[in-house]
Design a protein around this ligand. Structure first.
Ligand SMILES: [Mg+2]
Length: 258
C-alpha cells in the first residue's frame, strides 16, 4: 500500500509561498480527542471531514487508533452521516478497486470519499459529497498543513490541525520530513503573527477545544529531528556492518573449500 507521487499537491503548495496563511489552521489540537464535537456542531459546523493516516489511523492502517475510540463514537453520534474520510491513499485511484476504502468503511463505520484529485486539490469532490452544505459550515481535520489545511482553507472550510501524530513508524519518509518542516514553519508564522484567515462562523475556542497543545517549540522539534537522523544513521551503519560481515564469512568459506 502507498501513495503515488502527488504532483498536483506539490504545485498547489507553491501557492503557499505567496500566501503563507493558507497553511495556517483555524484551530490546533493535540489529536481528535481534544475536539468537542457537540460544541462544534452547536457553533454551526454541521459537517466534518477527516484525513485518515496519522489523524485517525496509523500510516496506511485500516483500523482506528484504539485510544481514539470514545472520541470517534462521540463524533459519529453528533455528526451522524455528515462525516466522511478524505484520504490521499484510500479512495483515490491508487486504491485498487476501492479495497482499502471498503475496509475502512467497515472498521470506522463512516463513508470514505472516492475521489480523483489528491489534497490539497479536489475540494469540489468533497463539496459534491456534502451536497447543499456550504464550505463554511464544514470542518476539515488532518495532521498535514500543506495538504489537509491548505485543502480546507482553499475552499473556505474550518481547518483543524492535529499536531500529535499517531505514530511516525511506517510513515512515508518524505511525508515525515515534510510534516516536521511544516511544524517549524507554523511556529515561525506564529512568531511573525501570521494568522489563519478569520472564519465566517465565530468559534469559541474554549468551547470547542478541550485541551490545546503546548506552544510550538521549534527548538525541541529540531532536536527530535536530529535524534531521528542519528538513529537512522546508526541503523544504516549497523546494516552495512552486517552486510560486510556476511560477505567476509562467505569469502572465508569459499577459501576454506579450495
Ligand atoms: Mg495524514
Amino acid at each position: 500500500m502507498g501513495q503515488s507521487f502527488n504532483l498536483q499537491g506539490i504545485l498547489q503548495s507553491f501557492r503557499v509561498l505567496t500566501s503563507p496563511r493558507l497553511m495556517v489552521p483555524n484551530i490546533v489540537v493535540r489529536d481528535i480527542r481534544d475536539i468537542n464535537f457537540e460544541q462544534l456542531h452547536k457553533a454551526g459546523i454541521i459537517a466534518i471531514a477527516f484525513d485518515k493516516d496519522n489523524c485517525l489511523t496509523k500510516p496506511y492502517g485500516l483500523e482506528l487508533h484504539p485510544p481514539f475510540k470514545d472520541a470517534w463514537r462521540r463524533c459519529r453520534d453528533v455528526y451522524k452521516d455528515q462525516v466522511v474520510i478524505v484520504s490521499n491513499s484510500a479512495g483515490t485511484p491508487d486504491d485498487k478497486d476501492g479495497q482499502q476504502a471498503q475496509a475502512i468503511e467497515h472498521t470506522l463505520q463512516v463513508n470514505v470519499l472516492r475521489h480523483q484529485k489528491k489534497k490539497p486539490s479536489g475540494g469540489e469532490e468533497l463539496l459534491k459529497h456534502f451536497s447543499g452544505i456550504k464550505a463554511g459550515r464544514i470542518a476539515f481535520v488532518g495532521d498535514r498543513a500543506l495538504t489537509d489545511v491548505v485543502f480546507g482553507n482553499n475552499y473556505g472550510m474550518l481547518t483543524i490541525l492535529t499536531r500529535d501524530v499517531v505514530t511516525e513508524e511506517g510513515d512515508n519518509p518524505m511525508a515525515l520530513r515534510i510534516r516536521r518542516m511544516e511544524h517549524r514553519v507554523l511556529a515561525f508564522l506564529d512568531r511573525m503573527n501570521i494568522k489563519a484567515k478569520p472564519h465566517p462562523i465565530p468559534i469559541d475556542l474554549h468551547a470547542v477545544v478541550l485541551q490545546s497543545p503546548p506552544a510550538p517549540e521549534s527548538k525541541e522539534e529540531a532536536k527530535a529531528d536530529l535524534a531521528a537522523e542519528e538513529t537512522r544513521k546508526k541503523k544504516n551503519e549497523e546494516a552495512s556492518e552486517r552486510e560486510a560481515n556476511l560477505e567476509r564469512s562467505k569469502r572465508d568459506s569459499v577459501r576454506g573449500e579450495k
